[in-house]
Design a binder for this molecule. Structure first.
Ligand code: PAF
Length: 282
């Protein structure tokens, strides 16, 4: 069956209201489309918590810097609808840019705390764009739960914080990163990589796993992170934006007695890859 699509907030809310009248629980999976197995796992995750799942498909311009890949970001709505429908989604919300940001749109949501550092050091406006669009999507749909991938771990922490701080009555759930057989985290941006680059990209997770093991065994943090940076460059990454370990809950500085999260962003040619993995307490 073809997945129904709402393109306006009014149509989205009308469908949700009919589900609410039946007493159904609603789950939301925000995406920018170009769906892959990682997104489809978020849909399945949502369906374990809710009776109905809405997948949103919107390439959000406010989270791209002028120098970034907004224009070339893959757009494949028909394919996305087939994949989302086959994974059990009940509705797609695919608004236009004008529906989300009318000409007189004048509001931005800015989160501090977990949004500070890491991605923000390299993409200063990114989380403002993400926080603004996610706040809108949550308020448009008012779902019982919303599912985001741990692949974008800092984003997940930022969204948890904004939903809590703004008293948006939704359960924010993180779902594990889906990887290929060689550990590469699935990402829509992997489509930009050549076959040779994919071999290099797979080293990112391997190097993070070695580093997490060193940290869990009590290695000096700065030394372990320096080795990771050098290993990434030696593997063929063009440059490394960051390799850092933070407290897993709030992304504050890490104490080795607590669960940590090791996060990295590195460039392969013109493509920027991110990944992260847990670091068990020492
Ligand atoms: O992770 C993404 O795909 C996007 O940042 C999100 C959460 C859908 C907001 O545009």
């Amino acid at each position: 069956m073809t997945l129904p699509v709402a393109t306006t907030v009014t149509a989205l809310r009308a469908t949700i209201a009919s589900w609410r009248r039946e007493g159904l629980r609603v789950g939301l999976v925000p995406t920018m489309g170009a769906l892959h197995e990682g997104h489809l796992s978020l849909i399945r995750h949502a369906l374990r918590k809710a009776d109905r799942c809405i997948v949103t498909i919107f390439v959000n311009p406010t989270q791209f810097a002028p120098t970034e890949d907004l224009d070339k970001y893959p757009r494949q709505l028909a394919r996305d609808l087939d994949l989302a429908g086959a994974s059990g989604a009940h509705l797609a919300f695919a608004p236009s840019v004008g529906e989300m940001y009318p000409d007189d749109f004048a509001t931005r949501v800015k989160v501090a705390g977990p949004a500070l550092g890491l991605e923000t050091d390299f993409r200063p406006a990114f989380f403002e764009g993400v926080a603004t669009v996610v706040t809108k999507l949550l308020l448009q749909a008012l779902p019982d739960c919303a599912v985001f991938g741990e692949k974008d771990y800092q984003q997940l922490c930022v969204i948890r914080r904004l939903a809590g701080d703004l008293d948006i009555p939704v359960e924010i759930t993180g779902a594990p990163t889906v990887r290929d057989a060689f550990g590469l985290a699935l990402s829509s941006r992997n489509a930009y990589l050549s076959v040779d680059q994919i071999d290099v990209a797979r080293q990112l997770n391997a190097i993070l796993r070695e580093t997490a093991t060193r940290l869990a065994q009590g290695a000096d943090t700065d030394e372990a992170l320096d080795i990771a940076r050098a290993d990434l460059l030696a593997a063929g990454f063009r440059s490394v934006d960051y390799v850092a370990v933070r407290d897993a809950d709030v992304l504050a500085p890490w104490s080795s007695k607590r669960e940590g999260r090791l996060l990295a962003a590195a460039w392969l040619g013109q493509t920027r890859l991110i990944d992260n993995i847990p670091v068990p307490p020492a």
